[in-house]
Design a protein around this ligand. Structure first.
Ligand SMILES: Nc1nc2c(ncn2[C@@H]2O[C@H](COP(=O)(O)OP(=O)(O)OP(=O)(O)O)[C@@H](O)[C@H]2O)c(=O)[nH]1
Ligand SMILES: [Mg+2]
Length: 305
């Protein structure tokens, strides 16, 4: 597990620098605390991509604890803030849901270019390495080369792929893939979909149709409907999650491109705004750059010295 943690810590380098610098710009070492100083935290937390709602709640918590005399100096306030974030993220059920019998089906959606296909390849490798029989479905039938891209990943990772021609009905691909997954005794089927904006009604309806077709074939599927979000887009990603969740039933988030961004603070805001658990994070472009999201490790890595 140490390797995982180091990778997460490495990926969060910029986020950590931004968050701790922001906090230290208000709560400098040895600083005498008062309520006005603490109030100044709100703006810097918002600037560190935590988002306004979470920032206000957190600063409210710090103020209250300060009034109760639970700490007197800046270091005490920061230690409290860390605990506060841990408490906030704690209740998240970050486990992936599996079928009690027959293949498990996960549907993956998101805006164009957020990292859906790459994240699916990572999930396929992650579970194949745990000796699961994994199959992918090429549900992006729109973008030229989308099927080829998934096929290349499937070959690289060594898992099965179900595909139709470009331009085919994605719901038909999903239906056939579920059939094939049952026939071939797969443990896990992951369905890729085309990038879509939550503002495009017909594309959102299409996503619901794909989901319904899967359910028709396997009543308790899909077991997860995962929205992939690009961490580098900061508050936009939070907004996307909110809007997707209003039009389809999501069960969790895959936060991609957490490596190299300073915007990892959005994870904290996500809890306050939509309360959909982050289940995995993407930390690079290869199939191994994936980590299951662990709230405690995340907070440790955010505040690591
Ligand atoms: N650094 C980094 N890059 C990533 C990560 N995940 C995906 N990418 C890159 O993001 C780009 C888009 O990835 P795709 O997987 O094609 O994204 P998509 O959402 O399937 O795109 P569309 O199908 O066109 O909507 C590629 O260049 C990936 O290598 C990640 O965790 N870290
Ligand atoms: Mg794709």
């Amino acid at each position: 597990m140490a390797g995982f943690f180091d990778k997460l810590k490495q990926g969060l380098t910029k986020t950590r620098a931004k968050l701790t610098q922001s906090i230290r710009s208000v709560l400098a070492i040895g600083q005498k605390l008062d309520e006005e100083t603490i109030e100044g935290l709100t703006d810097v937390l918002i600037a560190a991509d935590v988002g306004p709602r979470a920032a206000e709640r957190m600063v409210g918590d710090v103020q209250q604890a300060f009034r109760q005399g639970r700490f007197t100096d800046a270091d005490g306030a920061i230690a409290f803030l860390k605990q506060d974030i841990e408490r906030t993220l704690h209740g998240w059920d970050t486990s992936m849901k599996w079928s009690a019998s027959g293949p498990t089906v996960w549907l993956v959606a998101g805006v164009n270019g957020v990292g859906k296909t790459t994240s699916i390849a990572k999930l396929a490798k992650y579970y194949k390495d745990q000796h699961k029989r994994v199959m992918l479905a090429a549900g992006d039938t729109y973008r030229a080369a989308a099927v080829d891209q998934l096929q290349i990943w499937a070959e690289r990772v060594g898992v099965d792929l179900i595909k139709h021609q470009q331009g085919a009905d994605p719901a038909a691909v999903a239906f056939d893939a579920v059939d094939a997954a049952i026939a071939r005794h797969m443990d896990l089927l992951i369905v890729d979909t085309a990038g879509r904006l939550h503002t495009k009604d017909h594309l959102m309806r299409e996503l619901s149709k794909i989901e319904k077709v899967i359910t028709r074939r396997l009543p308790d599927a899909p077991h997860e409907v995962i929205l992939v979000l690009d961490a580098t887009t900061g508050q936009n990603a939070v907004q996307q999650a909110k809007l997707f969740h209003e039009s389809i039933r999501l069960t969790g988030l895959f936060l991609s491109k957490l490596d190299g961004t300073a915007k990892g603070g959005i994870v904290i805001g996500m809890r306050d705004v939509i309360d959909l658990p982050v289940k995995f994070v993407g930390l690079g472009e290869t199939a191994d750059d994936i980590e299951p999201f662990d709230p405690d490790q995340f907070v440790e890595a955010l505040f690591a010295g």
